[in-house]
Design a protein around this ligand. Structure first.
Ligand SMILES: Nc1ncnc2c1ncn2[C@@H]1O[C@H](COP(=O)(O)OP(=O)(O)OP(=O)(O)O)[C@@H](O)[C@H]1O
Length: 255
């Protein structure tokens, strides 16, 4: 469905991404993990069109999207949930969510139908419709940020650190929402510092370091990899992931 092949991209001072290959199959949840500065958020930016790749190919359902503008990529069904604090606090939940339908604003009927769908998928949007977004808890705000993106009924949702700043209860609510959207057919690609949560939620995992993909596999295989467990799941993070990490399971491939 979504595919990156040998993608290079950077911010002017050289390439941050160094030949990244990534595949997200339909209705999977893929979680990218890795140390700070590995290039995880840059992968999301290059997919959503905020950053143009300097080389390589990005395709969605077989169509090249690497040279498309962000609004065109949105129209193709890929939407990125912005990092936290993306809502307008003095506007109501309803108004914030409606803004997610900007691209379809001229089709009033579609806008109304989508709003209804979003209210069903994220009941908080109906329950707190007239409250100021600024009066919501962190977890509720995150849910409304995700709900707003659903106004375009995306095929793929990109999430950058959905757990950031959330308490455990809010975290569980956001994780449930991501899970249920996936169950309803949405493909999810997320970056998550909370590796346990991210890989727990995901079907597939990708480990990045230094702008490269080091390891890909099922989330379970990545979690069971002794090196990953030691580095991210309770062990001490003493050294970077070595190059050419050997694979440990039939479904894990080192890259
Ligand atoms: N807007 C920018 N301009 C210049 N350099 C940037 C920009 N954004 C990120 N970088 C650099 O690109 C590299 C990768 O950053 P990126 O945010 O993709 O990493 P990350 O893996 O998501 O890390 P983190 O977990 O810290 O967010 C870093 O060296 C960072 O300093």
């Amino acid at each position: 469905m979504l595919s990156l092949k040998a993608v290079f991209a950077g911010y002017g001072g050289g390439n941050v991404l160094q030949s990244v290959d990534l595949e997200c199959a339909e209705q999977t949840i893929t979680c990218i993990v890795g140390p700070n500065g590995a290039g995880k958020s840059t992968v999301l930016r290059v997919i959503s069109g905020l950053l143009r790749p300097s080389a390589g190919e990005i395709t969605m359902d077989g169509q090249a999207i690497g040279d498309q503008a962000p609004d065109e990529i949105l129209r193709r069904g890929i939407t990125q949930v912005p990092q936290s604090h993306a809502l307008f606090p003095a506007m109501s939940v309803h108004e914030n969510v409606l803004m997610g339908g900007y691209l379809i604003r001229k089709n009033r009927r579609l806008l109304r139908d989508r709003l209804e769908l979003v209210r069903e998928r994220v009941p908080l949007v109906a329950e707190r419709a007239h409250d100021h977004a600024g009066n919501l808890s962190g977890g509720q705000r995150r849910m409304v940020e995700i709900a707003r993106c659903l106004m375009l009924d995306p095929k793929v949702i990109l999430l950058d650190e959905p757990s950031l700043g959330l308490d455990p209860r809010s975290l569980a609510g956001v994780a449930d929402l991501i899970h249920s959207l996936n169950q309803e057919g949405t493909t999810v690609l997320l970056v998550e510092q909370n590796v346990r949560l991210g890989l727990g939620l995901a079907t597939h995992g990708v480990v990045m370091e230094g702008g490269k993909v080091r390891l890909t596999g099922t989330a379970a295989a990545i979690k069971d990899d002794p090196e990953i467990a030691a580095l991210y799941l309770g062990g001490t993070r003493a050294s970077p992931i070595p190059q050419n990490t050997p694979s440990t399971g039939p479904e894990t491939t080192s890259v």
